[in-house]
Structure formats: structure tokens, C-alpha cells
Design a protein around this ligand. Structure first.
Ligand SMILES: NC(=O)c1ccc[n+]([C@@H]2O[C@H](COP(=O)([O-])OP(=O)(O)OC[C@H]3O[C@@H](n4cnc5c(N)ncnc54)[C@H](OP(=O)(O)O)[C@@H]3O)[C@@H](O)[C@H]2O)c1
Length: 276
């Protein structure tokens, strides 16, 4: 990788969908940029391209060379016929001439070899710096790495939070052994809604009160305690973005990790890959 990936980024799923006023969402992304969060994760899918356009408006005027922009191609666009067109449309909406990272959003019917070829071509042409995948499980990663050029994959973006630790069973050990970072999506379990009782759990609350932080910040600190892991929480609220940045520097002790582990243990057998 030419550019090391920042540990913390900002997601954009469900932005530009009217949940918050657009000016507030742009202000939230800019609050993150101003505070030094340089990675933004988006996708052609999000709000039918409107999330990318929103990001384009948010980053206008910032030094592009200091930003790390990630976008994703739909599986049905990830072949010779469509990838270049999708990529160029994403670049146009984002108002930039390259992506730092371009991900295959999930596996579809286009052969991996064809997607790899298109990604490598886009890289050679200077339109992307690196490429990766998303929602790939261990067997998908093995198949990708057995595909010519597939080891150039620079990241796998998967769902990972304290209440969903299936990837720890065999995917993360495989990725660690191959030096492949995890980009964790839904690191806040979508504000706790993906796992009942997560934010209310005595373990999470105890750790939070010991550090004088909110339980949701403990969720983020848990994801980030793993080396080689990037987290991309999403928020359309500037205060929340700042709270997420604060959580990046929260160090959990071995005792605190043990407490969280006891309440939400990692599975001891293979689980289907959790997805949103
Ligand atoms: N590759 C994939 O298939 C895939 C799938 C899902 C997501 N993603 C990516 O990962 C990103 C993150 O996942 P996600 O957005 O689904 O879930 P998430 O980041 O776990 O949670 C987002 C929710 O948490 C709230 N929130 C954020 N910070 C908060 C804070 N400090 N205090 C209280 N609430 C807070 C947000 O509301 P407010 O806006 O009110 O703060 C929002 O409702 C996405 O935006 C997207 O970029 C990728």
C-alpha cells in the first residue's frame, strides 16, 4: 500500500436520505475532517449516488492529498462492461480524480478474475490507488488470493462489533496471517440496535463509567483495540463525530477486555458472515 490507512474513518450509509438536514450532515463530515479524521467511506449504492455527491460537497476546499476516500462498486457493475463507467461516475459525484480505495461491495456473479483485472487496470490508469473487497468470508478470501493478481487486495470490509464477533473465529486469523487489514463496518452496531442489550449491558456500562465516557464509545474502542483494524462509524451529527474521535484514543485494559469478552464472547465455531 502506498498510503497507510487511518484507523478511524466516517461512514456514509443512510446519509443524504433525509434523516438529518443536508447542511447538518455536511457539517458533521466537516467536523470530522477539521478534527483530523481523513478517511470517508461511501458507495455508489448509498442513496443512489447522493451520498457520494454529499461527500463531494463536504470535501470541496479540503486538501485532497490529505484525504483517504473509499468507495464501492455494485457487484453487477464489477466487470469489464461496467466497472470503469461506475468508477468514473463515482469520481464525478465525489469531485475528485482518484479514489484511495475502491471496494467490490459484495460478491456477485462476475468472476473474481475479471474484477481483479478491472481493478488493476484502474490502478494502472491512476484512477484508484488501491482496491479491496467487502463482505468476503474466509473461503472467498482464499479464492481471491488464488486468483491471479488477487493478493493485491488491500483490505476486506466486514461487519464487526462487540455483539457480532463471528469474524474472529477463522477470518481474522486468516487475514492477520496474510497481512490484510479489516475495515470494520457497523462498529457501533448501528447505535446498539443490531444487538439487543449491547449498550445497556452492565459490562459495557461499567467500562464506560470507569473512563467517564458513553457506552457507545466503548463499542468503538473495542473494535479499535484490535491491531490492523479500521473502524468507519457513521454519523450525521457533529457532536457524535467528535465523540467517536475521542473514543479512538480510549485504551481498554486487559481486565476491561476480559469483562467485555465474558459478556459478549467470541464464537467457538464457524458462524455465517454477518452482513447488513
Ligand atoms: N460494506 C458494507 O456492506 C457496509 C454495510 C453497512 C455499513 N457500511 C459502512 O459502514 C458505515 C458504518 O456502519 P453503519 O452506518 O451501518 O452503522 P454504525 O456506524 O455502527 O452506526 C451508525 C448509527 O450510530 C449513530 N451514532 C454514530 N455515532 C454516535 C455517537 N457517538 N453517539 C450516539 N450515536 C451515534 C448514528 O446516528 P447519528 O447520525 O444520529 O449520529 C447512526 O444511527 C456505514 O455508514 C457505511 O459507510 C458498509
Amino acid at each position: 500500500m502506498n498510503t497507510p490507512m487511518p484507523r478511524l474513518g466516517m461512514g456514509t450509509w443512510h446519509l443524504a436520505e433525509g434523516r438529518h438536514p443536508e447542511t447538518q450532515e455536511i457539517a458533521a463530515l466537516r467536523a470530522g475532517l477539521d478534527a483530523g479524521i481523513t478517511l470517508i467511506d461511501t458507495a455508489e449504492m448509498y442513496a443512489d449516488g447522493r451520498a457520494e455527491s454529499l461527500v463531494g460537497r463536504a470535501i470541496a476546499g479540503y486538501d485532497r492529498s490529505r484525504l483517504f476516500i473509499v468507495s464501492k462498486v455494485y457487484p453487477h457493475n464489477a466487470g469489464r462492461r461496467h466497472l470503469r463507467r461506475s468508477l468514473e461516475a463515482s469520481l464525478k459525484r465525489l469531485g475528485t480524480d482518484y479514489l484511495d480505495m475502491y471496494l467490490l461491495h459484495w460478491r456477485g456473479s462476475v468472476p473474481l478474475a475479471e474484477t481483479v483485472e478491472c481493478m488493476e487496470q484502474a490502478k494502472d490508469d491512476g484512477l484508484i490507488r488501491n482496491w479491496g473487497v467487502s463482505n468476503f468470508d474466509t473461503n472467498d478470501m482464499r479464492e481471491l488470493f488464488a486468483t491471479p493478481g488477487g493478493e493485491a487486495c488491500a483490505v476486506n470490509q466486514d461487519l464487526y462489533h462487540l455483539g457480532s464477533r463471528g469474524v474472529e473465529y477463522d477470518l481474522l486469523p486468516w487475514m492477520d496471517a496474510h497481512g490484510l487489514p479489516l475495515m470494520a463496518y457497523c462498529p457501533l452496531a448501528q447505535a446498539g440496535t443490531l444487538r439487543r442489550g449491547l449498550l445497556e449491558s452492565p459490562a459495557v456500562r461499567t467500562v464506560a463509567s470507569d473512563h467517564g465516557v458513553e457506552p457507545i464509545q466503548v463499542l468503538l474502542a473495542f473494535v479499535l483495540h484490535r491491531p490492523d483494524t479500521i473502524a468507519i462509524p457513521c454519523s450525521g451529527n457533529a457532536e457524535h463525530v467528535r465523540a467517536n474521535l475521542q473514543a479512538r484514543d480510549l485504551k481498554l485494559s486487559a481486565d476491561e477486555l476480559a469483562l467485555l469478552d465474558q459478556a459478549f464472547p467470541a464464537p467457538t465455531s464457524k458462524q455465517p458472515l454477518d452482513m447488513e
